[in-house]
Write a protein that binds this ligand. Structure first.
Ligand code: NAI
Length: 334
């Protein structure tokens, strides 16, 4: 197969070529959006990451396309309806980083509870060793609300148990065996918001989870709680999040994902577009509020990013491409 491989880190070229010696692979060091001039009437596959949307326009640049292999668990950046209409299979990497992402969510949680970022900045920027205003809080005894108790959520719950936290869960499909094994209770979303000291989100992003936390329900959150989001930005309505931080409903947040985070990479394009989208501009401004908030930690969609997880992602992606070539596609999401 002829494959265009976007968002390559360079070193991936040898790794992938070694494992797929019979395929013709063209590597690009940027995303499909960075290479607007790349089109190919012979390419049957593109391999992408999550940072750019793949819609009708991108697909039309590769008219012979049969496969989109995303090197991610989430596939909300791909227009599945457009892919289906064109007969393109979309495959993902469903399991690679359950522990990896959970470890990162916990890192955000600990950074917030013990004010690690502020403490480090103080020492680096002022050279002073004062602990003034750096008092944190214990995790032991606190209630962690886990929204989405799938692969990543289950790892978070096990970690929280290790820290002596009480856990409550909300899921569209509660898993009673898991609840028994990891000793937690399922409750409604409203109850979870009202009782959790820290809320962490681990659902996929889809029409049902779009703005799952929103202007209507965010005020149900226990006053002064913290929110962690390593799932997808648009699961939380940004305007509601900003308001909750302003009015003290939330004390702080740890965000590895932002709504419209793609725009944050190219704000100039957003501002200079001939018809700037008002909604996106508003969210970009709100994102700046979050980035600059002293009790909000924002990271650049980095939860997946360990050496071990990246190797697992590439290994599964290679297997996905081989299986598709052999006529028995694996990990198909469309
Ligand atoms: P999973 O599919 O194992 O678990 C998702 C859970 O959410 C399931 O238990 C499911 O029943 C539940 N769920 C689905 N729709 C729901 C709804 N409307 N309301 C309540 N619960 C609902 O997925 P996994 O592996 O735990 O990953 C979760 C998400 O984490 C991914 O979809 C992806 O978006 C995100 N992720 C983020 C990464 C990062 O680098 N920041 C890396 C990997 C995943």
């Amino acid at each position: 197969m002829k494959i265009h491989y976007f968002s390559s880190e360079g070193w991936e070229e040898d790794f992938i070529k070694n494992k797929l010696p019979n395929d013709e692979i063209i590597f690009h060091l940027g995303s499909i959006a960075d290479f607007q001039d790349v089109s190919d009437s012979e390419a049957e596959a593109i391999c992408t990451f999550v940072e750019t949307k793949i819609g009708e326009i991108e697909m039309s640049r590769f008219p012979a396309l049969k496969l989109i292999a995303t090197r991610s668990t989430g596939f909300d950046h791909i227009d599945l309806a457009a892919a289906k209409a064109r007969g393109i299979a979309v495959v993902n990497v469903p399991f690679y980083g359950e522990n990896t992402v959970a470890e990162f969510a916990f890192a955000l949680l600990l950074a917030l509870s013990r004010r690690i970022v502020e403490a480090d900045e103080r020492v680096k920027e002022t050279g002073t060793f004062s602990t003034k205003d750096l008092r944190g809080f214990d995790l032991a005894g606190k209630t962690l609300g886990v929204i989405g108790t799938g692969h990543i959520g289950a790892h978070i719950i096990a970690m929280a148990n290790g820290f002596g936290m009480k856990v409550v869960g909300f899921d569209a499909y509660p898993n009673s065996e898991l609840a028994e094994k990891l000793d937690f209770n399922y409750i409604s979303l409203e109850e979870l918001l009202a009782t959790s000291d820290i809320i962490t989100i681990h659902t996929p992003y889809n029409p049902q989870t779009h703005h799952l936390i929103n202007k209507e329900n965010i005020n149900k959150i226990k006053k002064g709680a913290y929110l962690i989001n390593t799932a997808r930005g648009a699961i939380v309505e940004t305007e509601a999040l900003v308001e909750a931080l302003k009015n003290g409903t939330l004390t702080g947040a740890g965000l590895d994902v932002l709504e419209e985070e793609g725009d944050m990479n190219d704000e100039l394009a957003l501002l200079t577009a001939s018809h700037p989208k008002e909604d996106e501009l508003k969210i970009a401004l709100e994102n700046h509020y979050l980035i600059n908030h002293p009790r909000v930690i924002v990271t650049p969609h980095n939860a997946f990013n360990t050496s071990e997880a990246v190797e697992r992602i590439l290994t599964t992606t290679i297997e996905n491409i081989k299986a598709f070539s052999a006529g028995s596609a694996t990990n198909v999401v469309s």
